[in-house]
Write a protein that binds this ligand. Structure first.
Ligand code: ATP
Ligand code: PRP
Length: 216
């Protein structure tokens, strides 16, 4: 783990813009090139911060292993990965929810429900709590295809605007949990760099106050 430099694991992709806005609101002077560069490690000239740009699903891994001191990750990714990190702040960005969805009126002919998902742990846990045995089909994207083409009886996936479900003729059966992005911290970093991490946490809490309004 780097001396007094704080390494921040940032999720590339859809969360990145909102995460950068929040960091700027929290007082970090990120350069304007931050959102457009293809570099994966970015140092700040103005403060001892280093940003690493990772795939969203990998952020908890960088933080658990201490390759990053802190990071920003979706609650879905945190629940699914079960990584050993501290979840310090609900940032209120990239809000969506996890749901079971499928074709309206669909009746399964399978001995166990076939559930397609990018989230096998979350899906298994949900059906285990309901006392239902399922067949899991792990996919990596375009999950909504699975019930339409007969690969699965239902899906467990993220819903945000509901457009993907609607445009593919699917309906939501159950709402599992609300999702938003969280600030996470490596437990050892927190012990070693507590004052500076607490300061970041405070600044992020203040910056997120606006993002909580109207949370669904
Ligand atoms: N439709 C959505 N609307 C809002 N937030 C979403 C949506 N889908 C996913 N998210 C949130 O954004 C996070 C990142 O999304 P996702 O895993 O789709 O990666 P991505 O930004 O598309 O990048 P990549 O495809 O490279 O993994 C998810 O973990 C989740 O918390
Ligand atoms: O309710 P909506 O606003 O339509 O958003 C929901 C969609 O967004 C995510 O997909 P993503 O865009 O990440 O595509 P992928 O799963 O195919 O990678 C999610 O898996 C849903 O398919």
């Amino acid at each position: 783990m780097s001396g007094s430099v704080i390494t921040v694991a940032m999720p590339k992709g859809r969360i990145f813009g909102d995460a950068c806005r929040l960091l700027r609101d929290a007082g970090f002077s990120l350069p304007v090139t931050f959102e457009t560069t293809r570099k994966l490690i970015l140092d700040l000239d103005t403060a001892p911060f280093r940003f690493i740009l990772a795939k969203p699903v990998d952020v908890p891994t960088y933080v658990e292993y201490g390759a990053a001191d802190i990071g920003i990750a979706g609650k879905d990714v945190l629940l699914e990965s079960g990584r050993d990190v501290y979840e310090m702040v609900d940032l209120g960005i990239s809000r969506c929810h996890m749901a079971v969805a499928g074709l309206p009126g669909h009746r399964s002919k399978n001995p166990y429900l076939k559930i397609a998902t990018k989230y096998p742990n979350i899906a298994s846990d949900f059906y285990r709590r309901r006392g239902e045995q399922i067949d899991l089909i792990a996919l990596n994207g375009s999950i909504e295809l699975a019930p339409i083409v007969g690969l699965a009886d239902a899906i467990v996936d993220i819903v945000s605007t509901g457009t993907t479900l609607r445009e593919n003729g699917l309906v939501e059966f159950d709402r599992l949990m609300d999702i938003s992005s969280r600030l996470i911290v490596n437990p050892v970093s927190y012990r070693l760099k507590k004052p500076v991490i607490d300061e970041i946490v405070e600044k992020m809490i203040r910056a997120t106050e606006g993002t909580k309004v109207g949370m669904d």
